[in-house]
Design a protein around this ligand. Structure first.
Ligand code: THU
Length: 129
């Protein structure tokens, strides 16, 4: 599975997005340690605060199916340039992924940009005493 293939799956997942309020489609594809690809899309709600991000959908689907180790994630959104994960999604990823986790982001221009989780979420919260 190449990064471009993962991006292509994330782009395809935008078609599943349920976005009657924002009309902003987001798709995600996360690659598990064993090579399985788990997808997600954003799912909105009339109570706006209940909207679920595409990355959250993918991570929750993956964990619920027994996957907790991930190699990469791709995020595709309706932004002009690369669609980056929001702060909440960065924190959710940090629960399962280390700072080297690659995050490929793409927008409507189709030009992907690669980051690591450590770049996007420095000094993440950890429940340590
Ligand atoms: N959204 C995501 O799916 N992922 C993010 O990382 C940021 C935002 C969704 C939530 C909402 O449905 C729409 O994009 C507009 O905020």
């Amino acid at each position: 599975m190449t990064t471009q293939q993962l991006i292509d799956i994330a782009v395809e997942m935008k078609t599943q997005a349920y976005v009657p309020y924002s009309n902003f489609h987001v798709g995600a594809a996360i690659l598990t340690e064993d090579g399985t690809v788990i997808t997600g899309c954003n799912v909105e709600n009339a109570a706006y605060g209940m909207c679920i991000c595409a990355e959250q959908t993918a991570v929750v689907k993956a964990v619920s199916e027994g996957h907790k180790k991930f190699k990469a994630i791709a995020v595709a959104g309706d932004s002009d340039g690369p669609c980056l994960p929001c702060g909440a999604c960065r924190q959710i990823l940090s629960e399962f992924c280390g700072p080297d986790m690659p995050i490929a982001c793409v927008g409507l221009d189709g030009k992907p940009e690669q980051f690591t989780l450590g770049e996007l979420l420095a000094h993440s919260f950890k429940l340590e005493r």
